[in-house]
Structure formats: structure tokens, C-alpha cells
Design a protein around this ligand. Structure first.
Ligand code: HEM
Length: 439
């Protein structure tokens, strides 16, 4: 596979304020241009330390896997501790390793399959008020759906008002996120208007989740592991941090995946028709079982293609602990290293017509030598998404169930535009017209 090395960097000596300005204005464009201008190893000289954007799959693999012990989470994730505490997303080193090991059983494949009935029941309940010809705000619907699924799967209950409170607080915190990134002491950041209220609301939700009796359905789930290890391993503060992390990391990304997916289907009727043919044939009139998910290859390509074109996690930041070398480039300790799903998933060297939504490309990719890290919607290495299998199961089952009953038609002429914040959201809520299918 060709690499675009440009080790002799044109703007090496320039403190690149232009780039930082573009990053604030439009980070997707800024990163894309940086990779186009400078190649697979792009370097921006900042005031104190360098920033590198590594775009070739081999270099991404170096950061996420082969040299993973030399990289810690970037500064922005460290600062997110003010919201998330020391949960799995933000912790480092031995603490991260030990906690991941303890929490992993809640995500074993056989356990995720136990969650499938919960996913199905919630999807069915979510669709029950839908009416033929209605215009539905899918952004909102999918957020509610995945939050309910996370609450019931991981905690075995959804306390009264929890969905509204979490959604509202999440909205506030997402808006405040850029401000929480300012290099000021935590006490000042905590004074941001709305911040205190959003955090207090979330804390009430996590406390009620761990207090309320869990349902039988969740007896082996996350809350069980957290409570069993309470006192011995986890402090109350850590239980709050883990609960919050799983609620937040576990619902918004999957909600966005489903929202983008439905928007793409509404604008690609042939893809939608083929999907309907597959789910009608495999599911007939019943909810999806675990074996069905293996027999829905086209549904899977649609999910994969959506994750390629609109990756909910659009960039991953790391900081080098010690000096190292990647692709012949010296990377000094303290440098920031970015790898971006957005940039690499749109690289024409790996994907023909990369901006086109074409799920069938994944059948072709199966038959060629394809670099592993040209596609990394869930990251990789020791920090790979713990919820990958959960999210794929949820998205496959949800999409299959929705497409079995409903057709989706666009309200807008074109699919929504991506708007990057912590995650890759649509620039405005996606509204679609739904039509009841004659089944
Ligand atoms: C489409 C859905 C999802 C996407 C695209 C996604 C993406 C990612 C990515 C890229 C990372 C790695 C971040 C990094 O390396 O810095 C990650 C980590 C993580 N994700 Fe997900 N995720 C999804 C769903 C979920 C779900 C359903 C859960 C929970 C059930 C979850 C929980 C987590 C946690 C706890 C981590 C941190 C893991 C660690 O550092 O050990 N995610 N996710």
C-alpha cells in the first residue's frame, strides 16, 4: 500500500495558528486538509509541543496497538475527568487495566446475547406510537431508545425521569465541553453556568441506579459487578464514574450510528429496498434471535458503511510518554498524536469514491488484502471500545426490526451534514417520514 511520506515538512518552523483556528472552526476540514497537504505524517508546531496527525493504517496501528504502552490519553480526555471522573474512558495505567479486567465479563459475547431480548423489547416499545405518514425526529428517538437499552441492560431498571434527565444534562455538558477544555483550574471550570446542575442531575441518576433493586434480567450485568466489588475494589466515587461512563459512552454513539444509518437509507431507496428484502426473508414475523444476526450480511454492511462514512468517534488523541519513532518520524515525549477515523475512512487509497454511501463495497473488501487500520470506528489495542459487540448487536437488531415494519423517507433533500463535537452529530436533528410497510 502506498504511503504519502512528507518528512521534510514545509511549515515545520511556523507556529501554526492558522491550523488551530481552522480546528476550532471546522475540525473535519482542518484535519482533512492537513493530511492532504502534508501526507501520512503531518506535523503542526505548536507553542510548547508538536502535534502529529498520523493517517496511514500502519502508523495508526503503531499508536493504538504496537506502541500502545508509550501513549496515554490526550489532554482533552484528561480534562473530561471533571465530568466523567475516573471511569474506564479516562483512567490510565494499572488502574485502567485492573478495572477493565473486572468490568469485561459484562461484555462477554454470551452476555451480550442475553441483552438481545432487552434491546428487542425496547425497540418494539419505541416504535409502538409511530403512525403511518408521521414525521419523526429520529435523533431524539434514537437517543431515547439507546439510553433505555443501556439503562435496562446494564442496570436492570430505568428510574422515573432518568431518560429526560440524562438527555438534558448531556445536552448541557456537550455544549459546555469546549469550555471545560480551557487550561484553567478545575474550580473555575466548575463555575460554568449549567455545569453544576447537569452534574448534580447525573449524580442523582447514578445514585438511584445503584440503590434501586435491580431486576432479575440484569443479575449478571454491570451493576452486579460494580456492587459485588464495592468496598473490596471500587469506592463510591468510582462506582459513580463507571456508571456515568457506561451511560454516556454507551448510548450516544450508538444512537448516532442508528440516526445516520436511517438518514442514509432514506436517501438511498435502493439500499433500503435490498435491506427490507433481507430482513423480511430472515426474520419473518419475529424478533431477531442471536443466530439471525449472522444471517443478515447486507444489514451488517449497512452498519459498517455508516460507521465508515459517519464515524461517531471521529478522532482519537494520545500523548507520547517517551520519545519514539513512527514511520521514520521522531516523536518527542509530550507530543500530541491524533489519528482520525474521519480522515482515514475517507481516504481514496483505501475506498473507491470514498464519499459515496455504498454498503456493497464491504463484500469487495473481504476479497482483497485490506490494511486492518484503514477502518477503526471502535479504536484498537488496549483501549479498544469495550462496548463494540454490544453496539453492533444493538444496531443490527434495531435496524432489522425497524426496517421490517417501516420505510423511511427523507424530509430534507440531502442527508444531514456532520457536525463534530465530542462525537460526530448531525448538524440538525434528523427528521424522517415513516411509512408502514405491508407485511
Ligand atoms: C457505535 C457505537 C460506538 C462507537 C463508535 C464507539 C467508539 C469508541 C472508541 C473509538 C473508543 C476508543 C477511544 C480511545 O481509544 O481513546 C471507545 C472506547 C470506549 N467505549 Fe465505545 N463506542 C461505541 C459504543 C459503546 C458502547 C455501547 C459502550 C458501553 C456499553 C461503550 C463504552 C466505551 C468505553 C467504556 C470505552 C473506554 C474503553 C477503555 O478505555 O478501556 N462504547 N468507544
Amino acid at each position: 500500500m502506498d504511503t504519502k511520506f512528507v518528512l521534510d515538512l514545509p511549515n515545520e518552523k511556523t507556529a501554526n495558528f492558522g491550523f488551530m483556528w481552522n480546528m476550532l472552526r471546522n475540525p473535519l476540514e482542518a484535519l482533512t486538509h492537513l493530511a492532504q497537504d502534508q501526507g501520512d505524517i503531518a506535523r503542526v508546531k505548536l507553542r510548547k509541543r508538536d502535534l502529529f496527525l498520523l493517517s496511514h493504517p500502519d502508523f495508526i496501528e503503531q499508536v493504538l496497538v504496537k506502541q500502545q504502552n508509550n501513549f496515554i490519553k490526550g489532554q482533552s480526555l484528561q480534562r473530561a475527568r471533571i465530568i466523567l471522573g475516573d471511569g474506564l474512558l479516562t483512567s490510565e495505567g494499572n488502574e485502567h487495566r485492573a478495572h477493565r479486567h473486572m468490568l469485561q465479563p459484562a461484555f462477554y459475547h454470551q452476555r451480550v446475547e442475553e441483552y438481545l431480548p432487552i434491546m428487542n423489547e425496547n425497540t418494539s416499545r419505541q416504535m409502538s406510537p409511530w403512525r403511518d405518514g408521521a414525521s419523526i425526529d429520529m435523533s431524539d428517538e434514537m437517543m431515547r431508545l439507546t439510553l433505555n437499552i443501556a439503562l435496562w441492560s446494564f442496570f436492570g431498571n430505568a428510574p422515573e425521569g432518568a431518560v429526560e434527565r440524562v438527555n438534558k444534562s448531556m445536552g448541557t455538558l456537550t455544549k459546555l465541553f469546549p469550555l471545560t477544555q480551557l487550561p484553567v483550574p478545575d474550580v473555575l471550570r466548575r463555575l460554568l453556568p449549567g455545569f453544576k446542575k447537569a452534574n448534580a442531575d447525573l449524580r442523582e441518576v447514578t445514585e438511584s441506579l445503584s440503590k434501586n433493586p435491580r431486576s432479575e434480567k440484569a443479575k449478571n450485568a454491570l451493576i452486579h459487578i460494580l456492587k459485588e466489588n464495592c468496598e473490596a475494589q471500587f469506592t463510591n466515587e468510582q462506582i459513580h464514574a463507571h456508571t456515568l461512563t457506561f451511560l454516556l459512552a454507551g448510548h450516544e454513539t450508538t444512537a448516532l450510528l442508528l440516526t445516520w444509518c436511517l438518514d442514509m437509507l432514506a436517501h438511498h431507496p435502493q439500499v433500503q429496498a435490498k435491506l427490507q428484502g433481507e430482513v423480511d426473508h430472515v426474520l419473518g414475523d419475529r424478533f431477531p434471535h442471536e443466530e439471525d444476526l449472522q444471517n443478515l450480511p447486507y444489514t451488517r454492511t449497512i452498519i459498517k458503511e455508516t460507521l465508515r462514512l459517519r464515524p461517531p468517534a471521529w478522532a482519537i488523541g494520545r500523548q507520547a510518554v517517551q520519545d519514539c519513532e513512527i514511520g521514520g518520524q521522531h516523536i518527542a515525549a509530550g507530543s500530541t498524536v491524533l489519528v482520525s477515523q474521519w480522515v482515514t475512512h475517507h481516504d481514496a487509497r483505501f475506498y473507491e469514491n470514498p464519499h459515496q454511501f455504498r454498503p456493497a463495497r464491504w463484500y469487495e473488501i473481504e476479497n482483497i488484502a485490506f490494511p486492518r487500520y484503514a477502518y477503526f470506528p471502535f479504536g484498537g489495542g488496549n483501549r479498544v471500545c469495550i462496548g463494540e459487540h454490544f453496539a453492533m448487536t444493538e444496531a443490527m437488531a434495531g435496524l432489522a426490526m425497524m426496517s421490517r415494519r417501516w420505510s423511511f423517507m427523507p424530509v430534507q433533500e440531502a442527508p444531514a451534514k456532520p457536525s463534530p463535537s465530542i462525537t460526530l452529530r448531525p448538524n440538525k436533528n434528523v427528521k424522517l417520514i415513516i411509512g408502514r410497510r405491508a407485511v
